[in-house]
Design a protein. Sequence first.
Length: 258
Amino acid sequence: MGVTISKQGIEAHWTFTTAQWLYEVLLRAVQSLISAKEVAIPLLQRFAGVYIEDGSSIRLPDGLERYWRGCRGGNAQENGTKAAVKLTMRLELKQGTLHGPLLQDGRSHESKSLLQDLPLVKGALWIADLGYFALVRLARLSKAGVYFLMPLKDRVVTWLAGKRVDILATLQAHAAQDEQEYEIMLGMAKQVKCRLFARRATDEQVKRRHAKQDEYARKHGTTVTQRQRDWHPAAILVAVQEPKPVLPCTPQAQSHLR
């Protein structure tokens, strides 16, 4: 553009204010240019909104550690990440709108995302992965009339027909069934009434999940237990309770959510 400026001049303008301005430009660009096609599945129309939330981490140069702290993990096979930034986003399927990306330290848990401060309306459905599983949050969503759908975390206190059960043992006792469904209560002090769906995974799905377990264990220097292996033959989902199943275990419904 015909402007002459020295390297020192550029460096003088590369400030926190500039970084914040660029971030605001990013958010405007996302809101203006990035959207998804509206989903007109009749199953989803019963909800006031259908939100999918997730996060992703980006490794940064070590020199940025003081600004964006990484996990600093690692073992003999992998080096730790001194600096990283995590971006969290929430996609609303019915309208195709996107909230975020919001930034936080790479070492921060997804549950610490600023998106958690954005309330969901009564009658909405919130979908997230296992990283967002927290009984306190699920109890809060249930109290607010928000439905949720997510994998069940192993070892969570589970009640079935008034009795405390090991849900893995329950599923294994009926392993001959391709699909299982139970009305359960989760937690001790913070109890959440839920509906549990379990569908037998294919051999290919089990193989892929076990490979991910092995990769995670290699990166973190841990060992995969037999219980962790056994947990994966069934695709387990937990949905908040209502008189009829929130998401019927039909192939059509499952394919839409994939």
